[in-house]
Design a protein around this ligand. Structure first.
Ligand SMILES: [Zn+2]
Ligand SMILES: [Zn+2]
Length: 273
């Protein structure tokens, strides 16, 4: 009697979740479970963002990236935490960011929606971290909310084009997208693109050049349709990618090939290697 072998699923391509937070407060079972579920869904690369009100999430992201070759880490000071920035914190952040498993400085930027820190403090910390990315010659992951003009102004003034990067969780309009692309920043789409009322984001997802777009979950936030209301996890990036493919009149497969190539170029990391 022959043994019944499990069906082997070989994916001709895979997706990269270019922005997820896997901290223990969101994933009490540890990041490996969420990563395993994602891999079973065809997600084979992860940029894990380590930010918070101290550097412990950054240290954890670096450790995770060090032991999983499909994970790259991004470390920075989120605009929400701009008031925690000190020269001593910067010094440790700089040494973490210099490590080879760190593929980007981020997320950094401006958030005038929550405005947890005064705008001028956010701008100063943002500029300082763009400078760090340039020193290290690593790309930048940008968070911007209700601060479009100032974000573009800081990026231009600080010469961020030299390293480029990603506008994460893209939620702006076409004019902003065009400026960001000109400044050397790719556009990363999150679950927002699957929301009914996200017309202008959908318009940009349909319009942007195929070699300049990425997909992400921003786990644990912003679960895409049809998972809305659940805590988001990297496996769900498939729903976001499918929606972007539909908007562009292409297949999920073709979108996966393109966005994974873009992620590997942008983060200078071979997730498949
Ligand atoms: Zn963000
Ligand atoms: Zn984030």
């Amino acid at each position: 009697m022959g043994r019944i072998l499990p069906a082997v699923v070989t994916l001709p391509s895979f997706l990269v979740d270019t922005h997820c937070h896997l901290d223990p407060q969101y994933f009490p079972g540890g990041p490996d479970e969420a990563i395993a579920r994602a891999e079973a869904s065809g997600v084979g690369g992860f940029v894990v963002v380590g930010v918070g009100d101290d550097l412990s999430p950054a240290r954890a992201a670096v450790v995770l990236a060090g032991r999983n070759r499909r994970v790259g880490a991004a470390v920075g000071v989120h605009p929400h935490d701009a008031l925690t920035w000190t020269p001593a914190l910067h010094e440790e952040l700089a040494s973490l960011a210099a490590k080879p498993e760190v593929v980007a400085v981020g997320e950094i930027g401006l958030d005038y929606h929550y405005e947890n820190a005064p705008r001028e403090v956010q701008r100063a910390v943002f500029a300082r971290l763009v400078e760090l990315a340039k020193t290290l010659q690593k790309p930048i992951v940008i968070h911007t909310r209700e601060a479009a003009a100032d974000t573009l102004e800081v990026l231009a003034a600080e010469g961020a084009r030299e390293v480029g990067g990603v506008i994460h969780c893209f939620s702006e309009d076409k004019a902003f997208a065009a400026r960001a692309l000109d400044l050397g920043f790719d556009l990363s789409f999150s679950g927002i693109v699957t929301f009914k009322n996200a017309r202008s984001v959908q318009e940009v997802a349909a319009w942007a050049p195929l070699d300049r777009i990425l997909v992400e979950t921003d786990s644990p936030y912003l679960a895409p349709v049809p998972m809305r209301g659940k805590p988001c996890e990297p496996a769900y990036v498939v729903h976001t990618a499918r929606r972007v493919a539909d908007l562009r009149g292409t297949t999920l497969e073709a979108l996966a090939v393109a966005t994974t190539a873009n992620a590997e170029r942008c983060f200078r990391m071979a997730f498949s290697a």
